[in-house]
Write a new protein. Structure first.
Length: 274
């Protein structure tokens, strides 16, 4: 259906949530996977982050579809670690065609917020510098393959429309990084077009993943009601599912979107049109 059989994708944040959904959706289309996830808790993140068991479950789901997957614990903030993961995966699987820079966190808190500088740093380092690192270590492989390719960066509806902030570093950093990657996408789309490599960003509304569906998030919204009021979708759904984002990714990375590059694709239930 999508013409992706035999291709290889690199996915960050692959252990669960949108990353896992993308891995499974691509595997269903005949794609082999290289994946990384930090698989440990950060002090600035109040909800439980992915674990090695989550990563193992993603591996099992992909292998159940008779596709190969090389998944390792890796931190997108560490350039050398990320580079080693990509090199090892390409050496084993033989090629690279698709890059999904998906890793992200929501480093927010409830008042009083005492680690705002750390929350800002983690947000920018993971979701902006981490995306740059991902581009840097994957683009040479895409160019060397000579087959073109597709890169999709996960931004957010918050990368198209900034609402209020709790001024606690994490929310500020989330907005800044999600807007910042749009600039990277546009610049890399222009630079890589001559190689047949397309670069786009995707902008979901709230997605029913552990980043949103957890015991902490209602407390955060209760402490910051204006943020909740500004995050109401136009369509009558509170959140979307990971597969809704994955279906948009499939379009962008396949020949269905072969002339689509440099765009910001909302999958936001109309949130940014309000």
């Amino acid at each position: 259906m999508y013409g992706l059989e035999g291709k290889v994708a690199f996915i960050t944040g692959v252990a669960r949530g949108q990353g896992r959904s993308h891995a499974v959706a691509l595997a269903e289309q005949g794609v082999d996977i290289i994946g990384v996830d930090v698989c440990r808790q950060l002090d600035t993140v109040s909800y439980p982050m992915a674990t090695p068991d989550d990563l193992a479950e993603t591996v099992a789901l992909v292998e159940k579809l008779d596709r190969r997957i090389i998944a390792v614990e890796g931190d997108v903030r560490d350039y050398d670690q990320l580079d080693a993961a990509v090199r090892a995966g390409v050496a084993e699987l033989g090629r690279l065609d698709i890059v999904l820079a998906n890793a992200g966190v929501m480093a927010h808190g409830v008042p009083p917020i005492e680690n705002s500088r750390e929350a800002w740093r983690d947000s920018i380092d993971i979701m902006l510098t981490g995306v740059w690192n991902t581009l840097q270590v994957t683009v040479p492989h895409l160019i060397a393959g000579g087959r073109g390719g597709s890169i999709v960066v996960t931004s957010s509806s918050a990368g198209l429309r900034a609402s209020g902030t709790d001024m606690g570093g994490g929310t500020d950093g989330y907005f800044a990084s999600k807007f910042g990657v749009v600039g990277l996408v546009k610049a890399y789309a222009n630079a890589l077009g001559k190689h047949g490599i397309r670069v786009n960003s995707i902008h979901p509304t709230g997605v029913a993943t552990p980043m949103v569906v957890n015991e902490f998030f209602p407390e955060f919204i209760a402490a910051n009601p204006e943020l909740g009021e500004q995050a109401v979708n136009a369509l009558p759904v509170p959140v979307i599912e990971s597969i809704d984002v994955s279906r948009a990714v499939l379009y962008l990375v396949s020949d269905h979107g072969r002339y689509v590059t440099g765009i910001q694709m909302p999958v936001d239930a109309g949130l940014t049109s309000r």
